[in-house]
Ligand binder design. Structure first.
Ligand SMILES: *Cc1c(COP(=O)(O)O)cnc(C)c1O
Length: 368
């Protein structure tokens, strides 16, 4: 079976370096908010071309803490509306509701799966205070247009960059378009730790100060609490591993792009739709966290793949507004989102896939 994602193979490439770095942390005797985290924060901020990075416990917390910090700073208040795509991983929506804000779903473009910029303005009300674009599947949302709309209506922009480390347009990287951005280092993400991890990047001095405090019980000086904070810290071991993997992310992205190009040029089955994925913002704008196709009879397609040794996945089977957790939104209708969620299938996308594995996947897809 060709795995959808072979994390063991991915991480064993760096096994010796990882063991060395964990040993260094063990021997340092310092395990929380030490040198590894502050070095990683510097390195990841530089990678994203931002002034600051704040390491936190996971990607969901990265988004939540920014929204909570903006409340502390008086830029948002309870009940404000946040515009976000209707087709996203649940964490984008959880971040908004957990922060006491109201998610307002907007349909994506059927071609890019990202927020349809032509539909944003219709959803703006007097309560709208922020836009939360998601760079879904690793492709940059149309950030220049989103930024322009946000500026015209004085809205904050928080990029959900959990799937898009390193994606760029005109040399500007994911995370450098918004007022702030949240990243995830969940093991399966393009920059993955060996456990949970996340980070925020921003150029905003005040936001940076508030976030450093919020992630650490709301305290800058030990035992002196300015905010009702949380415990959400990236730990030293994960930071030390991320520092290693950051050195390889560019070559990983290159490999993902090569695999995507082979898929896009060689899959030619009319029953398997490869989205035009217009790439209108250029090849650099996509880091192929996932390679998503569409099939009308999805269950049969996935079973055929599995019967022929290819493990596929679905990202994601149920849209947030149809989840039981969000029953108050169940009656809303987002036809484009619903159609996407009913037909998408993710093919294996893993920088360690071999050429013969890729050829096998393509031949099975084309035989279906
Ligand atoms: C993974 C992910 C998150 C949440 O990250 P965690 O580290 O798992 O909390 C948020 N948004 C998107 C789009 C994601 O893919």
């Amino acid at each position: 079976m060709i795995n959808f994602l072979n994390l063991k193979k991915i991480n064993s490439q760096y096994r010796d370096e990882i063991i060395e770095s964990i040993t260094r942390v063990i021997d340092s005797g310092w395990y929380i908010l030490g040198n590894e985290v502050s070095q990683f924060e510097k390195e990841f901020a530089k990678y994203c071309d931002r002034k600051y990075c704040v390491g936190v416990a996971n990607g969901l917390d990265a988004l939540v803490l920014v929204l909570k910090a903006w409340k502390e700073m008086g830029r948002l208040k309870e009940g404000d509306e946040v515009i976000l795509p209707a087709n996203t991983f649940i964490a984008s929506v959880l971040a908004v509701s957990e922060s006491g804000l109201v998610p307002v779903f907007v349909e994506p473009s059927a071609d890019s799966y990202n927020l349809d910029v032509n539909k944003i303005e219709k959803s703006i009300t007097s309560k709208t205070k922020a836009i939360l674009p998601v760079h879904l599947y690793g492709q940059l949302a149309e950030m220049y247009q989103i930024r322009e709309i946000a500026d015209r209506y004085s809205l904050l922009v928080l990029e959900d960059s959990a799937q898009a480390h390193g994606a760029s347009s005109s040399q500007v990287k994911a995370g450098a378009f918004g007022d702030a951005a949240g990243f995830s280092f969940y093991p399966g993400k393009n920059l993955g730790a060996l456990g949970d991890g996340g980070a925020i990047v921003t150029n905003d001095d005040e936001l940076y100060e508030v976030l450093c405090s919020l992630r650490n019980y709301g305290s800058k000086t030990k035992y002196v609490n300015e905010y009702i904070g949380v415990n959400s810290r990236l730990d030293e071991i994960q930071a030390s591993i991320l520092r290693i993997k950051l050195n390889y992310i560019e070559s990983d992205i290159e490999r993902r792009r090569e695999i995507a190009t082979i898929y896009r040029t060689q899959i030619n089955n009319p029953r398997v739709k490869i989205n035009t994925l217009s790439l209108s913002q250029g090849e650099e704008s996509h880091v192929w966290h996932l390679f998503v196709v569409e099939s009308e009879d999805r269950e049969k397609f996935i079973k055929f793949l599995a019967d022929n040794g290819v493990q596929a996945a679905i990202h994601y089977p149920i849209p947030p507004h149809k989840q039981k957790a969000y029953s108050k939104y169940n009656e809303l209708s987002f036809p484009i989102t619903e159609k996407i969620h009913d037909s998408i299938v993710s093919l294996p996308m893993d920088p360690t896939l071999t050429l013969s594995e890729i050829e096998h996947i393509i031949s099975v897809v084309n035989k279906y």
